[in-house]
Design a protein around this ligand. Structure first.
Ligand code: URA
Ligand code: SF4
Length: 183
């Protein structure tokens, strides 16, 4: 059991548990408020995140920031992390063994943060955390409670860049999250 996120991050920085360590510039551990109620989980770092070590700073991140701004969510009030902490080559999805190797770090982040709500951004986050039987199209917008945590699956912001029509669902899902967080 870890007391702080920093202790976990020290391990991540030096981690060589999977092949994604070979091409990374930086590990991308996660950022935000360690005492938050709402945690967001994405897939893995892209090029901009790999360069900076900060999650969701590229195009998808900018779209997420817009949603946050319009809904009154401060990035510093929530916590944002990913399934894998190192960038998959050419932004491919993390492979099963990579996600599995990295999962203990995320599990420990959740144990330290103890969020009320976890927003799962897209299929990679959803399937790795709740199980392969789930799919984002069916599950998005519906609460799933597991071991005292409320999960809200929604679209990955990168999906909204490809399909503008999904934005309204994403916005509505985040509204549900905000309402629940205030209870
Ligand atoms: N996409 C993700 O899933 N995570 C990031 O940090 C950036 C883009
Ligand atoms: Fe370690 Fe995770 Fe990076 Fe793989 S992706 S090397 S498990 S930190």
């Amino acid at each position: 059991m870890y007391d702080t996120l920093e202790e976990i991050n020290e391990e991540v920085k030096n981690c060589r548990k999977c092949k994604l360590c070979n091409n990374r510039k930086n590990t991308v551990f996660g950022t935000g408020n360690p005492k938050c109620k709402i945690m967001f989980i994405g897939e893995g770092p892209g090029a901009d995140e790999d360069s900076t070590g900060i999650p969701f700073v590229g195009k998808a991140g900018k779209l997420m920031n817009q949603a946050f701004l319009s809904l009154g969510i401060e990035r510093n009030d929530v916590y944002i992390a990913n399934i894998v902490k190192c960038r998959p080559p050419n932004n491919r999805n993390p492979e099963k063994d990579e996600a599995k190797s990295c999962m203990d770090y995320l599990r420990n982040q959740v144990l330290v943060i103890k969020p009320k709500i976890i927003v799962l951004l897209g299929n990679v986050a959803l399937k790795n955390i709740l199980g392969e039987e789930y799919g984002i199209t069916k599950s998005r917008g519906k609460w799933i409670e597991k071991k005292g945590i409320l999960y809200m699956p929604t679209f990955h912001p990168a999906a909204l860049l490809r399909n503008e029509g999904l934005k309204i669902d994403f916005w509505n899902d985040l509204k549900l999250v905000l309402e629940e967080a205030k209870k």
